[in-house]
Design a protein around this ligand. Structure first.
Ligand code: NAP
Length: 258
């Protein structure tokens, strides 16, 4: 299928590895020029070089912390953008009783206020040109709270509320905003979460992965490539009537009818 977005320009945040990288790869594969971002310059440059070589698209890199005002200003200076994929690292695991105000502010900054600030910056240009696509990488925790990820449960719920309202206010100008909700995917983040289980329960990494995979009807972790393909479709010409949705990619792990 031709996604019809060849030559468009995308900002993909937090994209040197993992799900962001999967989105960058999938967009590049269909001819989208990229601005890629991550804090670590080395991995970012390596990812950009691989994508340029593989897909012959233009890739600009901005090594910056997207959760800071200076970092956002640096990536936004590379605009304008037709497509925005928001992403940042997830908050640390813990218990509901562990966190104080500063922990919440940090999680809200990273996983709610940063994507909101990025949308506020790019939406006017997208609306003025009559076309735009925004995909926010959120989490399965929006639909089904993850007990050890209370900070994520909280911050992402706030972002989801903002998107629900805003997506309906910009759709008339040809701009769609949707959220992709990853369940467990085989990335560094999953390794970090599984390592916490290994430490807490004194089991091996293999056991931790096997136990978690057994809770997923698909029987395995998702891949960054299949996540990226879903993102590219939401950014495509064909997805113009998909507005304000929260799309689960979790191998069936969330046991719900709707
Ligand atoms: P990952 O494998 O750890 O990759 C994170 C990527 O984001 C790296 O490229 C990292 O590079 C970059 N990054 C992290 N913090 C950043 C920041 N402040 N500014 C700029 N770049 C930053 O993580 P992932 O698995 O792809 O997860 C992506 C998001 O999906 C996270 O918010 C995570 O909580 C959420 N999620 C993941 C899963 C899963 O199973 N993987 C499930 C549910 C939700 P640098 O470290 O160099 O900056």
């Amino acid at each position: 299928m031709d996604l019809g977005i060849r030559g468009k320009r995308a900002l993909v945040c937090a994209s040197s590895k993992g799900l962001g990288r999967g989105c960058a790869e999938a967009l590049a594969e269909v001819g989208v020029d990229l601005v890629m971002n991550a804090r670590g310059a080395e991995a970012l440059e390596a990812a950009a070089a691989e994508i340029r070589a593989r897909h012959q698209v233009s890739v600009t890199t901005v090594a910056a912390d997207i959760t800071t005002e200076a970092g956002r200003a640096a990536v936004l200076a590379e605009g304008p953008f037709d497509i925005l994929v928001t992403n940042a690292g997830g908050p640390p695991p813990g218990l509901w009783s562990d966190w104080g105000r500063e922990d919440f502010i940090k999680a809200l900054d990273a996983n709610m206020l940063t994507p909101i600030a990025l949308m506020q910056a790019v939406l006017p240009g997208m609306m003025a040109q009559g076309w735009g696509r925004v995909v926010n990488i959120t989490s399965v925790s929006v639909k089904s709270p993850v007990p050890v990820l209370g900070l994520s449960n909280s911050a992402r719920a706030g972002l989801t509320g903002f998107v629900a309202g805003t997506s309906r206010q910009v759709a008339g100008k040809g701009v769609t905003i949707n959220n992709l909700l990853p369940g467990i995917h085989a990335t560094d983040r999953a390794i970090a979460l599984d390592s916490a289980v290994v430490k807490a329960r004194g089991i091996t990494m293999e056991q931790a992965i096997e136990e978690r995979a057994a809770t997923i009807p698909a029987g395995r972790y998702g891949t960054a490539a299949e996540f990226g393909a879903a993102c590219a479709f939401l950014c495509s010409q064909h997805a113009g009537f998909i507005v304000g949705q929260n799309v689960l990619l979790d191998g069936g792990a969330t046991n719900a009818t709707l």
